[in-house]
Design a binder for this molecule. Structure first.
Ligand SMILES: C[S@@+](CC[C@H](N)C(=O)[O-])C[C@H]1O[C@@H](n2cnc3c(N)ncnc32)[C@H](O)[C@@H]1O
Length: 277
């Protein structure tokens, strides 16, 4: 019953493109009409309709909280986790970056965490609903939330960014779309600019795109249709795509070596840094 409800919920918020949770037109329209004083509460409630943002709702630490207390607590955890990424390794990798693009920014927790440390952030996402929520809960003067469609991307000048970051995005993208995104990232970087992307290695729990597409079970088909898959890829596959987009010498690091010990399960998670020459 609750799985069926989840599917209904996700289906009702999906936009027309793959992976566009909260992309349904009603989402930004609804948030616009909500009175100012309750916008944050509703933005969090809307985010909770997507499977992408608040990941471990069953954690016992949230037990006994009311719905809105739980949403504040889980949003607080999302903020803290992005601040940990920032402080553990990202700030160092971004040293000197003035203009930054956060590709697939979702609700904007990472953009917000970085906003005091860079000049300007373009926070890009294909989901207009996620952007509408981000503008409410993670606004900052130097963050511009930009739709990831042709018009939105055209508003970011080519060769203008010192760095592009992308976290927890490529695992959701098909090979075809991932290649387009790597090329778009390359176009937006200045010569000498760097891409810092989080990617997930294929391992026993992370199936490849081919394995997902050949899964004929109802569960497999439903998960793929609703974008509940995560595609694992080998370092070599990522390297080929990244080089194919024009980058030289991508460098892969295991995230567990960059984060303090005792973090959540980081198995197979990698950070790839690549320069545009
Ligand atoms: C799991 S969320 C990660 C959000 C954020 N980066 C974070 O770490 O909290 C993945 C995000 O990627 C966005 N996305 C998926 N495909 C995209 C694309 N082709 N271009 C831009 N954003 C995309 C989704 O809408 C979603 O907000």
């Amino acid at each position: 019953m609750s799985k069926a409800f989840d599917l209904l919920k996700w289906g009702a918020t999906l936009g027309k493109d793959e992976q566009n949770f909260l992309g349904a037109k009603w989402v930004p329209a609804f948030l616009k009409r909500v009175p100012e004083r309750s916008k944050r509460k509703w933005a969090l409630r809307v985010l909770d309709l997507s499977p992408h943002y608040f990941l471990f709702p069953d954690d016992p630490k949230y037990k006994g909280l009311s719905k809105d207390e739980y949403l504040e607590a889980i949003a607080g955890d999302a903020r803290v986790s992005r601040e940990k990424i920032r402080d553990s390794f990202l700030l160092e990798k971004l040293e000197g970056a003035g203009t930054l693009i956060d590709w697939g920014c979702g609700p904007g927790f990472l953009s917000k965490a970085l906003s005091p440390h860079v000049g300007k952030i373009y926070a890009v996402d294909i989901s207009e609903g996620a952007l509408a929520c981000a503008k409410i809960i993670n606004a900052a003067e130097n963050i511009e939330y930009v739709p990831g469609d042709d018009e939105g991307l055209a508003s970011i000048p080519d060769s203008s960014a010192d760095a592009v970051i992308s976290f927890h995005v490529f695992q959701h993208l098909s090979d075809e779309i991932a290649k387009v995104v790597f090329s778009d990232i390359y176009s937006k970087l200045k010569p000498g600019g760097r891409m810092i992307a989080h990617v997930q290695a294929a391992n026993e729990t992370w199936r490849s795109e081919e394995e997902w597409r050949s899964d004929d079970s109802l569960k497999g088909k439903v998960r793929l249709k609703y974008g509940l898959h995560c595609f694992g890829r080998s370092e070599e596959e990522y390297e080929a795509m990244i080089r194919g987009a024009g980058f030289d010498e991508p460098v892969f690091e295991m995230m567990k070596d960059l984060m303090p010990a005792g973090e959540d399960d980081l198995s197979g998670q990698m950070i790839v840094t690549a320069l545009k020459n």
